[in-house]
Design a protein around this ligand. Structure first.
Ligand code: ADE
Ligand code: ZN
Length: 328
């Protein structure tokens, strides 16, 4: 069938997937063995990533990432991640990639990492999954290091043969500093023509989301705590801001006690543009199919709801109009 005839479950658009956070434990263990690094403390008896709570999650995440040391390691990771996403019926994904982990924020090194990943992304496109990169500053690394990420993003947004880097964002510990501390980086990225998103309204409340809007973001990573503020919900709805909601992530990290308590359906009912992503699937024992299945079970979502969230995701995707039309 042509793409427009495929069922929505085989045309998923994912906007929020951390590349390092998508690394399967087996992949990380194999790299660690190759490099003679002992990472045994990061895994539980079943071989899954072991952590308790968000702070420890970040530490395990960064420790696992430490074995990704070369452009080739990242190329292999990206190939694995895109293949798994395609298996989940994803046809377009935006990967959060952090130059801080790819060459320590150095622009020259970053270009080598980017070249290796762009080659993989180009060949995956031929196999049915398109992708773009959102270069992601790590909030708890501080504003100075964020600037290096913004410079990497701005400098490589228009690289020859590239066009893979189309966005700039920020993740990490939301409690660290104020969003305004990072304004220089968001301004730099915007001036380079990049789309902007920021993790907000996950570990901090509505005010954190307001600050992300001040930075010029058209999308919010998570944003679920908008549910605590009716005026903010109206503003997000009026401005057609898109929320990159990752329900399984929120539940795994203990933000909500269960699916019934998750606000995604209430946000959608209030007119907000919600979308669904997995964030860091192996860490949270989730997949895109599982997210959709749980949403169907918890809220009775079916074809119509999933079609709508995927259209919103495509509307908000940091890609060109031609790609958008091709994927509709
Ligand atoms: N980095 C990877 N996953 C994240 C999350 N859920 N929140 C903030 N930063 C992250
Ligand atoms: Zn995230």
């Amino acid at each position: 069938p042509s793409r427009s005839q495929l069922p929505v479950s085989d045309k998923k658009i994912e906007l929020h997937l951390h590349l390092e956070g998508a690394a399967p434990p087996d992949f990380i263990r194999a790299l660690a063995a190759e490099k003679h690094v002992d990472l045994s403390g990061l895994f539980d008896a079943q071989g899954h990533y072991a952590y308790r709570g968000f702070e420890e999650f970040l530490r395990v995440y960064e420790a696992a990432t430490s074995v990704l040391q070369t452009p080739r390691d990242y190329a292999r990771l990206l190939a694995e991640v895109l293949e798994r996403s395609a298996d989940q019926g994803v046809i377009y994904t935006e990967l959060f990639v952090s130059p801080e982990f790819c060459g320590g924020g150095d622009l020259v090194a970053w270009r080598d990492y980017l070249a290796a990943m762009t080659e993989v992304a180009d060949s995956a496109r031929g196999q049915g999954i398109d992708s773009r990169a959102v270069l992601t500053a790590i909030r708890h690394f501080g504003p100075e290091r964020a600037k290096r990420t913004a410079i990497c993003a701005a400098e490589t947004a228009f690289d020859a043969g590239g066009g893979w880097v189309t966005g700039f964002g920020m993740g990490g510990a939301e409690g660290f500093g104020q969003a305004a501390d990072f304004a220089w980086s968001f301004d730099c990225a915007r001036e380079a023509g990049l789309g902007l998103t920021c993790h907000a309204g996950e570990w901090a409340g509505p005010d954190s989301i307001r600050q992300a809007l001040e930075l010029g973001c058209t999308r919010i990573g998570h944003g679920v705590r908008a549910i605590e503020d009716a005026a903010l919900m109206r503003e997000l709805s009026d401005r057609q801001v898109t929320l990159e909601v990752c329900p399984g992530s929120n539940l795994a990290l203990g933000l909500y006690p269960g699916w019934a308590a998750h606000p995604i359906a209430r946000l959608a009912d209030a007119g907000l543009r919600v979308t669904v992503s997995t964030d860091d699937p192996p860490f949270f024992h989730t997949t895109m199919r599982q997210e959709y299945d749980r949403l169907a079970d918890a809220f009775g979502w079916g074809e119509a709801e999933f079609l709508r969230i995927n259209q919103w995701a495509l509307d908000a995707a940091f890609c060109d109009a031609e790609t958008r039309d091709r994927l509709r």
